[in-house]
Design a protein around this ligand. Structure first.
Ligand code: GLV
Ligand code: MN
Ligand code: MN
Length: 418
């Protein structure tokens, strides 16, 4: 995408292309080509510095809220009635470049486009970077927005631990933030009239419909469950098969059962993370810990699916002489985006753009879903030609990103400038 946005004065803020180029190397693994931008790590600090620079380059009022979320304001942050846009900059392990950053870069670019159009905001506009959306380090997604919306207690957040046992409180402190300050932020959220999060699509619905941009209808309910399979460590070369209590067998069987039951339920179940103790080639494992991510169109289907997977695990565990314990680590209920705001977005985009804007549900979680309990919230999706996400192969075409910026600018203009 060219940096020469029409109407931008020479020496103006960096355009989309420059913002994207500057962000691209931050937290990128040379080995995988994917991103490792985990909360409160040096890579996260670099992304935060980039955000602060973007605010500064535009003369926006820069703030960090009590939960470490970054805000950049055009207009008076205290005036109320604000229109908020943005997303997150952190990533899953070896994530793609677009999940999160596309929403933040597009937000700054859309503000630039409004200025270039000569649109005068009647309401404050703000760009946000919500911290720790992916939950890659501490296991719980959307920590920044959950804290602000009062959906996570400060004590619960502070005690979250990463794989090395470092608490979220210690990690925040090391990064220069105050973990004692975290907590609900109702006054700040009350100053926001609408939050619009632009996000790369994480499926192929737009591509299949030949559309560059879509609007979200709903987010499927989803959650994370930790399955602990406890057996008995023993020698791989001397223990008779009949004498083993091998939790790997129970785990493997549970993975297969989850896949089958999800297919039968028309839902999704994924074991994408596993930890084994003692993790030796020539030792039968004593513990296999697997994390189930499961999602479905409605909460009853999801509850039924997880119960069925748990039952399959217990039945197999009984055969293998393995104890099974299941702990729900997080749950996000179904989100149905408010129809009025969603329809407003569609009509604002189609005024000067495409004839039709697909309205789609998604199985992916977002800060917009968390905030929707407190603030009228909507989402825009930008076409992903392969549908691949949470992978270095995630992509979006330049023209589609440009269409996303235009659509977001149309929406912000309609919501804040008329
Ligand atoms: C976040 O991207 C999630 O859906 O888990
Ligand atoms: Mn994601
Ligand atoms: Mn995301």
């Amino acid at each position: 995408m060219s940096d020469g946005t029409p109407g931008r004065p020479a020496g103006g803020p960096p355009g989309f292309h420059t913002m994207w180029r500057d962000l691209l190397p931050l937290g990128r693994s040379a080995a995988s080509g994917g991103y490792r931008r985990y909360a409160w790590t040096p890579a996260d600090t670099d992304c935060r510095a980039w955000f602060r620079e973007q605010a500064k380059a535009r003369g926006l009022t820069y703030e960090v809220d009590r939960n470490g979320n970054q805000w950049a304001w055009l207009g008076d942050p205290l005036a109320g009635g604000a229109v908020l846009t943005g997303s997150h900059l952190d990533s899953v392990p070896d994530g793609g470049a677009f999940d999160g950053p596309l929403g933040v870069v597009s937000a700054f670019a859309a503000l630039d486009e409004l200025r270039a159009r000569g649109a005068t905001p009647r309401k404050p506009l703000a760009v946000v970077n919500f911290g720790d959306e992916e939950g890659a380090r501490f296991g719980l997604a959307c920590v920044g927005s959950r804290l602000s919306a009062g959906q996570l207690t400060p004590a619960g957040a502070r005690e979250l631990r990463d794989a090395d046992g470092v608490t979220l409180a210690a990690a925040m402190e090391r990064a220069g933030y105050d973990p004692e300050a975290i907590g609900p932020d109702p006054e700040r959220l009350a100053r926001v009239d609408a939050f619009v999060e632009l996000h790369v699509e994480q499926g192929r619905a737009l591509d299949l419909q030949g559309a560059r941009v879509g609007v979200a209808s709903a987010i499927w309910p989803h959650g994370r469950w930790r399955f602990d399979f406890r057996g008995e460590a023993n020698h791989a070369g001397t223990t008779r098969l009949e004498d083993r209590h091998d939790p790997m067998l129970t785990y493997a069987n549970t993975v297969l059962a989850a896949r089958k039951k999800a297919r039968l339920a028309g839902a999704l179940a994924t074991f994408g993370k596993v930890a084994v103790e003692p993790n030796g080639v020539n030792a039968i494992a004593s513990l296999v810990r697997g994390w189930l991510d499961s999602r479905a169109a409605d909460e009853d289907t999801l509850a039924g699916l997880v119960a069925a997977i748990e039952q399959a695990a217990r039945e197999r565990g009984a055969r293998d002489g393995v104890d099974v314990e299941v702990v729900r680590e997080s749950f996000t209920p179904v989100v149905e985006f408010a129809h009025a705001l969603r329809d407003r977005l569609t009509s604002l985009i189609t005024r000067s753009g495409p004839d039709a804007v697909p309205v789609l549900p998604t199985g992916a979680g977002h800060d917009a879903g968390i905030l929707s309990a407190a603030v009228p919230t909507a989402m825009l999706f930008v076409r992903n030609p392969t549908g691949v996400s949470h992978s270095p192969a995630e992509s979006a075409d330049e023209d589609d990103c440009a269409a996303g910026v235009t659509a977001l600018a149309d929406v912000l203009e309609g919501l804040a400038c008329r």
